[in-house]
Design a protein around this ligand. Structure first.
Ligand code: SF4
Length: 350
């Protein structure tokens, strides 16, 4: 198998036990990256590295298994249902936090949508559903329509959200002439359709992606973007500020900047929380008020934690953005900072 550092003979077993996922990247994305002027940074997103063999961590860092209520459906936060509708992606990101099943034959994906719809119907506190995976846009529009058949009749769902990196990897997918009707169905059922894109770097935003986003926005689809803070790729406030400014210009609201997770085979992408807070602050210094709509987030087992700052007292200040216990949401807390810490679990409780 080819790695960034050279060729290495590996068995299937070695790949499996080291959490090394399949290698797959679209021709479109490869060319976009090659011509971007940022190949040295962007190659780490899809090209395998020897570092994956020594990167320690877990395969489920945010308690996905513990929050699964039906195969393929997670209910961690009261308002949101998360559906894993596929285990496939159009290209595979080396830093993926769902390495445990993406690109593989998995039993973690949703199959029984009748049961899922029944669960949602019995949970009126759930106001939105996120279709994720894998990438939902590897599925045909007809297949997505079938999933919507189960979701759209549920009156207390206000929005249907799709999380996708396909707009970066294969923007042509969004030129499917059947897609406008799918979004139209969502709107006619009185719900918002939301696409959360996943651009990590301004050079991933192709001309084709921008054109297709603008067309779908004109049909009423709302767009947000989430990025992952990745060592060697985008750990630079200049690049991330430019990425978020470009998103804003296209009508895509910068939403989360995720701290990379301590995932087995991918923890080498983490930057320290000290560096992360410096980058988040550097981004904010470069953006206007209406552009700085992102939150720097650690998606932890205990909840989504907004990382606020590493203050002069050498403590990291944080706030729960989401927590299973609603009374914890918004509460600021702090931990002493330890040099090199990248995750809440690396910080002592004192
Ligand atoms: S597109 Fe998303 S689910 Fe697929 S490999 Fe990348 S991060 Fe993982």
């Amino acid at each position: 198998m080819k790695f960034l550092e050279g060729t290495r003979v590996v068995t299937e077993g070695e790949l499996e036990c080291n959490g090394i996922t399949r290698y797959q990247v679209t021709k479109f994305y490869r060319e976009q990256v090659m011509n971007s002027g940022y190949y040295d940074q962007l190659r780490y997103i899809t090209e395998p590295s020897f570092e994956e063999f020594v990167s320690s961590g877990k395969l489920d860092t945010s308690g996905e298994h513990d929050n699964t209520v039906i195969p393929g459906m997670q209910h961690k936060y009261a308002q949101t249902g998360l559906l894993l509708v596929t285990d496939r992606c159009i290209s595979y990101c080396r830093y993926c936090f769902r390495k445990r099943f993406v690109g593989k034959q998995s039993d973690e994906i949703a199959t029984d949508f009748t049961q899922i719809a029944r669960y949602i119907s019995n949970h009126p506190e759930m106001t939105n559903v996120l279709l994720s995976g894998g990438d939902p846009f590897v599925l045909s529009t007809a297949r997505l329509d079938k999933i919507l058949d189960h979701l759209l009749p549920i009156p207390h769902l206000d929005s249907i959200r799709f999380g996708t990196k396909a707009i970066a990897y294969q923007p042509k997918r969004f030129e499917d002439p059947a897609l406008p009707a799918l979004f139209q169905r969502i709107h006619e059922s009185g719900k918002a359709s939301v696409v959360v894109t996943h651009f990590d770097h301004i050079s991933e935003i192709s001309v084709d992606a921008e054109r297709n986003i603008r067309s779908l926005r004109a049909l009423g689809v709302q767009f947000l973007n989430q990025s992952v803070l990745l060592a060697k790729v985008n750990d630079d406030p200049e690049i991330l500020a430019a990425t978020f400014a470009k998103c804003h210009q296209m009508g895509v609201r910068p939403y989360y900047l995720f701290q990379a997770r301590p995932v087995k085979g991918a923890s080498h992408f983490q930057v320290s929380l000290r560096r992360g807070t410096q980058i988040a602050s550097g981004i904010n210094q470069r953006l206007s008020g209406i552009q700085k709509t992102f939150k720097y987030i650690m998606s932890h087992y205990t909840g989504k934690i907004e990382i606020l700052d590493l203050a002069g007292d050498d403590r990291i200040y944080m706030r729960y953005h989401q927590n299973k216990a609603p009374e914890k949401v918004g509460k600021i807390f702090s931990r002493p900072y330890l040099d090199g810490a990248c995750w809440l679990d690396d910080l002592p409780e004192a």
